[in-house]
Design a protein around this ligand. Structure first.
Ligand code: ZN
Length: 176
């Protein structure tokens, strides 16, 4: 497997562990030293995605990673946050123990995680994934972003001037 960052063909294994249907390995590129994850399946049967038109396509981690990276473009995310998110989704999928998984389930998993990670990225992903089919949901998501400071003031807040000093009542100051 070539490095997804620079394309270099050699990497060293930092960590490997068994997951449901294979071995997950953390690798470090010998050229650019960035880290990435690979899955090696023990069973020849891979994980297939059922697309909206019912076609099957083999699950492709890089494709999923690419889609999420695009949604997170120029967002102030900590290093490794996107990789971690994809790791979680991938191991979640393998833990389902199924050979075929609907693409909508993966989309929902991604949206769920992105929502917590970065709201802008979440909206970007949702707008692509849902193909603007659900404009109302998208509008609501955008509306939730706009919270002006005024909205934060509670209407029942105590007035700054005590009641007995307003309402036409005047304080009579002693005259010198
Ligand atoms: Zn590299």
């Amino acid at each position: 497997m070539n490095c997804p960052y620079c394309g270099y063909s050699d990497s060293r294994v930092i960590d490997s562990r068994d997951v449901n249907e294979g071995i997950r390995r953390r690798r470090q590129c010998l050229s650019c030293e960035k880290r990435f994850t690979t899955y090696e399946r023990l069973q020849p049967a891979g994980l297939f995605i059922i697309k909206k038109d019912q076609r099957r396509e083999e699950f492709n981690r890089e494709k999923l990673l690419g889609g999420i990276r695009k949604a997170c473009e120029k967002r102030p995310l900590p290093t490794g946050a996107i990789e971690k998110l994809v790791d979680e989704i991938e191991s979640g999928l393998y833990h389902l123990g199924k050979s075929e998984i609907p693409s909508t389930l993966i989309g929902d998993m991604v949206m769920d995680k992105l929502k917590d990670l970065d709201y802008i990225a979440y909206i970007r992903f949702a707008s692509v994934y849902r193909e603007f089919a659900d404009i109302q949901a998208l509008k609501e998501a955008v509306d939730n972003l706009v919270v002006t400071p005024r909205d934060k003031i509670h209407p029942g807040q105590l007035p700054l001037i005590p009641e007995n000093h307003v309402n036409g009542k005047k304080r009579i100051l002693p005259q010198g």
